[in-house]
Design a protein around this ligand. Structure first.
Ligand code: NCD
Length: 322
């Protein structure tokens, strides 16, 4: 494995968001993840760098990719992994986030991976608990491992980020994936564009310091990477778009709109996809342009890198050892 045996890659001992990461930390995680891409393509797929570590996955919101890849990542690194199912826990009896988390903390985990509907939930836990905390998505705020896996996927295809034009399209207002990607890609030297109807842009979108387009056809001109986002209907408290059919006409990615981007432009989507709403199946399933399955593969490698990086910062024998 690359890297000095116990050099800390993540300075704070947590991964709460990409806004707080330095370029060195990002590059360190991407480089380490490359080793895990290689390992995951072997028959064995396992190492023991997290032997003796306990990882708890605490998901208050639905998840397919993120939760399963953190579980696989932990297991492939030799950790003991526990998945807390919030539906069958005392959360359904009204226990607060903090009470649930401090209860789990008393079981002496080394790393807690948390997804929660409120922005700031992971940061709150990182201040109250004595284990490392990884943000697996907090409200519309951040989803750092998604942006890291997206960056790894892009770097493998384009080599570097400098000068690359990346368009993030769709429901930006409700998207933690968009925020984490904006911070990370801008730091790495990419030029980020947001493309969305006004109603799906955050009120303060200008503060991100990126280009904004409300016309997708104009916005796609000269773009290297088109990153599509799901319409997050479950976070909407009213009608943000007239109809999904109308939305697809103006903001759905089909062949005709993709043809306006740079020749050879690549398409990404964090999943889950709403086919025929934000993306046409013909584009999503075209293996010459779509990186969607590769993103999932990179997700396991990135999560292994993050867990490894955090474990390097743990005191010998675990953070909680008296
Ligand atoms: C995203 C999420 O949950 O923030 N999904 C994911 O982690 N791959 C995006 C989404 O739900 O649309």
């Amino acid at each position: 494995m690359r890297g000095a045996a116990h050099s800390p890659i993540l300075k704070t001992g947590h991964l709460l968001g990409t806004q707080l990461l330095s370029v060195e930390e990002i590059v360190g995680l991407l480089d380490l993840a490359e080793d895990y891409v290689t390992l995951n393509r072997t028959a064995e797929k396992k190492t023991s760098v997290l032997k003796g570590c306990t990882l708890i996955n605490l998901f208050f919101e639905a998840s397919t990719r993120t939760q399963s890849s953190f579980e696989l990542a932990g297991k492939r690194l030799g950790a003991d992994v526990m998945n807390m199912s919030v539906k069958s826990s005392s959360v359904s009896k009204g226990e607060t986030l903090l009470d649930t988390a401090t209860t789990l903390n008393a079981m002496r985990p080394d790393i807690l991976v948390v997804r929660h509907q409120d922005s700031g939930a992971a940061e709150l836990l990182s201040r109250k608990l004595d284990c490392s905390v990884v943000n697996a998505g907090d409200g519309a705020h951040e989803h750092p491992t998604q942006a890291l896996l997206d960056a790894l996927t892009i770097r493998r295809h384009r080599g570097s980020f400098e000068g690359l034009v990346v368009a993030i399209c769709g429901d930006i207002a409700h998207s933690r994936v968009a925020r984490s990607n904006i911070h990370l890609l801008s730091k790495m030297g990419a030029r980020v564009r947001l493309i969305a109807p006004r109603t799906l842009l955050p009120a303060d979108a200008e503060r991100f310091g990126v280009e904004i387009f409300t016309d997708m056809r104009k916005g796609l001109e000269g773009v290297d990477i088109v990153m599509m986002l799901r319409l997050q209907l479950e976070r909407m408290t009213g009608a943000f778009v007239p109809s999904t059919r109308e939305y697809f006409r103006f903001f759905g990615l089909d062949r005709e709109k993709l043809a306006l981007a740079k020749p050879g432009a690549l398409v990404m989507h964090p999943g889950p996809m709403n086919r025929g709403v934000e993306i046409d199946s013909v584009v999503a399933d075209d293996i010459d342009v779509s990186l969607i399955h590769e993103q999932v593969e990179m997700g396991v490698a990135i999560r292994m890198a993050v867990l490894d990086a955090l474990a390097r910062g743990l005191p010998r024998g675990g953070r909680n050892t008296p």
